[in-house]
Design a protein around this ligand. Sequence first.
Ligand code: JBE
Length: 293
Amino acid sequence: MKIDIVTIFPEYLAPLELSLIGKARTTGVVQLDVHDLRRWTHDVHRTVDDTPYGGGPGMVMRPEPWGLALDELAADAAGGAPGDGAGQAGDGAGSAGDGAWSGRLVVPSPAGVPFTQALAHELADESHLIFACGRYEGIDQRVLDHAAARMPVTEISLGDYVLFGGEVAVLVILEAVIRLLPGVLGNADSLVEESHADGLLEAPGYTKPPTWRELPVPEIVRSGDHGRIARWRRDQALLRTAARRPDLLAALAPDGCGKVVGLPREARGAHQLLEPACPRSQRHALSPRKQQR
Ligand code: JBE
């Protein structure tokens, strides 16, 4: 997978050299390049922002450097000439970038669609991702509109809060995406078992010693009975999800409801709790706060 990141703070992306992402780069699973947006500025002050039309606080990122950056990065990968060849100098009103572009543009933004594991899988299927990190009050909308006529563009939000810019969001998105690529995780089973793989949160985990600060590991997970352990983990996943993320339970597919109804006797509390959670009309019946954590 080819990944290009455009930012005015390339140093912010330094963690992408570490750990398993760094390894994915050296082994060639991903070819990742971080670009300084100012490379595509041509004025003496290398300006990337300006005051917003219509007034209001803050600054908006100017379209010209972004347009030139995408001309080069998107058209480059398509194997064609960068953009339409129009403009290293200024790109004032020019319409650079005619012809198809390759890749998918991802723009982190608090106004984007929520980032989920499903979206991480979708991005992991792409051969070329280009990330545009906005700062200030965001990027001039015409950059996204112009690109959207040539390639898929997705504005993605990590959550309902505001960051200074998109750089940290790119770190998060890439960590979620790169670990899904073949050859990055040693044990592909961990992708199957983890939180969100089946729409539920994952059960708690334990390791040695069997007792630590007077806290024992639950007897079931030490029993060696894999059938019981699997059922216990499923029960714990349901209890946790009900307590912490009732929205996930409500979104479970109908066959997910069937699994819930099939809970064993020791999880009857979860059964009572969860069975009504599936029909949306009865969602009020869910009362996770009465349950443990
Ligand atoms: O979530 N995000 O992707 C953001 C990007 C930029 C600013 N705030 C955000 N929440």
